[in-house]
Design a binder for this molecule. Sequence first.
Ligand code: AMP
Length: 362
Amino acid sequence: MSEAKQLSAPVPPGGTIGILGGGQLGRMLAMAAARLGLKAHIFSDEKEAPAFQVCAAQTYASYRNTEALKEFARACDAVTCEFENVPADTAAILSGLVPVNPNPPSLSTAQERFEEKTFVSNLGLNTAAFLPVNSAAEAGSAFKVLGGGRAVLKTRRLGYDGKGQAIVESADEAATAFENFNGAPLLLESFVDFAFEASVIAARGIDGAFAAYDPPENDHRAHILRRSTVPSRLTALQVEQAKEIARTIAEALDYVGVLCVELFVTAGGKLLVNEIAPRVHNSGHWTIDACAVSQFGQHIRAVAGWPLGSTERHSDAVMENIIGEEARDWQALVARGGSLHLYGKSEIRPGRKMGHITWLTP
Ligand code: AMP
């Protein structure tokens, strides 16, 4: 494999940032790039990708199409992604031709939950207790090792928004639930009876500079993010601890770009890392309206090799997702006030993120 290309100089205005993925995150990244005088080239395997509506150039092709990837790489000065499940071969082909950030090892670490949790706990950070599970018998014995009570069985790959998860309350239930995953490699994790969930959105520049936004508190419904609120209930000390967790992870990965670390906050005040998202994140959408530099602008700055911008927040904010059928009555949404963002998705589906509204209190 050829060596990964590094950015030798910042991408100047007029240059092109390639973005793998064409969902709402790619769309908001493309708009942030345009604001900075950069062009966004979206690569998506979805014909109706929402980001295609707002970019300077586009490629509609499979992430496994080597020729299309090579042509894309030639057209871009730097490449990034809006989703972590970029196939390893895709990342390898691109990174031999054009600087790719976050770097491929960051993507692969975040793609596999067991690898990710092992990586996090090896850094001395707290997570829920977890064990790998490869058979029904192992699921039952892992349940006992974790001390009984309640546990969550999760797929090691491709889980998001609670997809690929089952809560189990006995060794027998764990073994039975294993069978429902059709032999996929799994992980069993202690159920955390958290007081609330929070996340840190942070950025690391090519020069190693680090900046974090005020961590939002996140409410989920049916495993899907419903609302993010800043400031959160975290104490000043916990805010600093949360930012340090993100810094530790970003430095260990030699990360460049925006990342999100999802946290469980226990009643005793402990912060447990649930997940790393090596990308901009839904819980950071409020930064568009409440900060001088949004998570999207910040990510574009980082991957273009520019200095990071200010993460300062000028307002308190509540961000609410518009999910599935809630998008049907767009006239009522428009009339609600707040700062409305609609993602240009042609089809409403249950659980699909269609847009969001941010409410500000200066
Ligand atoms: P994940 O896909 O791992 O981000 O999980 C989605 C959501 O499921 C989290 O945001 C939590 O609300 C819930 N969840 C996941 N793992 C656990 C756990 N070990 N204990 C309690 N709730 C969990």
